[in-house]
Design a protein. Structure first.
Length: 363
């Protein structure tokens, strides 16, 4: 599997370079070109039994490395993460030593997928919710899958500046302002009447150990993200969210079977989660949403808002669909993986975004 593993790190290098993360791009390139089996960690990475890209193996490893840096446990590694060491061969040499001396600390980071619960993604998701509100009215019930620690379930409590369109409480302790390109979304009334989520492996961000884990998955190039994450955790400590530990398909089917209030649009929402769902789970969700869409009425509409990656573009695509109506996907925007920037309105009439030849967007 070593060839597939090295390719996974090259793919992640491409993503990181495209997302203005040169430090992480250099680390991925170093692993792809020079990682050996001389350490137990290196051997486990190179002999990965699963599908390394789908398993987000590069982010598992880098999360563990960043945790060491945040905890102040390795000055040599810190020099890589702060950009002081940029030479590829030097990075390879440092990583080999780090993997050997921190085997016990790093191995657990390979055991499970990364938990990048990024509040900034709420900005991209809010553009989709605004479009749903424009179509069907202001009152929205949010159902999120892949909620992780539930930080995006605070979407009704964050303040947003979306290209000049202001949304959310003015006294929010967290204001999210992505770099914006294109027209601003229409400033329509929106009221999130409830927000509920699920994850197959929920996390309690109010636990200091969990907060530290989430912090490790914040890329070293973006300290403002880390400050925002910590502020969001404070909001959770003050008032929690409704977060269930459940299989996504089981949970969606159960939520769609529940009574829906008149005048409220029920919206399935997710970000950077679809790629991690087993295909049978994803298909059950598609089937359940199609069936619920067929039952939707003007009084009880249904929507779907997704922010998911397209590998050919190396960034995210924000799309919506809703019922009653044809339920076709409409592309609203493209976005940085952490929604540091949003490019809004790049839509060809009736077709969605104009993509390069061969690009595919599927959910």
């Amino acid at each position: 599997m070593s060839d597939a593993v090295r390719e996974a790190f090259r793919i992640q290098e491409h993503y990181c370079a495209a997302m203005d993360a040169p430090i992480y791009a250099r680390i991925c390139a170093a692993v792809a070109e020079g990682l050996s089996r001389d350490s137990a960690v290196g051997a486990r990475v190179l002999d990965w039994a699963g599908e390394p890209t789908r398993d987000a193996l590069p982010l598992r490893l880098i999360g563990g490395l960043h945790a060491l840096v945040i905890a102040g446990q390795d000055d040599e590694l810190a020099a890589v993460f702060d950009g002081a060491v940029a030479d590829g061969a030097a990075i390879v040499s440092i990583l080999e030593r780090v993997l050997a001396r921190h085997e016990a600390a790093l191995m657990p980071w390979l055991d499970g997928p990364p938990q990048t619960n990024e509040p900034g993604r709420s900005a991209a998701l809010m553009t989709g919710l605004l479009e749903i509100a424009r179509r069907h009215g202001p009152r929205i019930e949010v159902l999120e899958i892949g909620s992780s620690a539930g930080l995006n379930l605070l979407i009704d409590r964050y303040r947003f500046d979306l290209g000049g369109t202001l949304v959310g409480p003015v006294d929010s302790p967290v204001t999210i302002v992505p770099d914006w390109t294109g027209d601003a979304p229409e400033a329509v009334p929106i009221e999130i009447v409830s927000a509920r989520g699920c994850d197959v492996a929920t996390m309690d961000a109010t636990d200091p150990a969990v907060e530290a884990r989430l912090s490790a998955y914040v890329w070293a190039e973006t300290p403002t993200r880390l400050a925002r994450l910590r502020a969001a955790v404070v909001m959770l400590r003050e008032r929690g969210v409704r977060l269930d530990r459940a299989d996504a398909a089981d949970w969606v089917e159960a939520r769609l079977a529940e009574p829906q209030a008149a005048g409220v649009t029920r919206v399935l929402m997710h970000s950077v989660v679809w790629q991690y769902l087993p295909e049978p789970v994803a298909e059950r969700i598609r089937v359940a949403m199609a069936a619920a869409g067929a039952r939707a009425t003007d009084e009880r509409p249904l929507g779907w808002v997704a922010m998911e990656p397209d590998r050919s573009l190396a960034h995210q695509v924000v799309r919506v669909r809703s019922w009653p109506g044809e339920g076709d996907w409409q592309v609203l925007a493209t976005a940085h993986a952490h929604a540091a920037w949003v490019k809004y309105g790049a839509v060809a009439a009736g077709e969605g975004i104009v993509l390069p030849a061969g690009a595919k967007i599927t959910v």
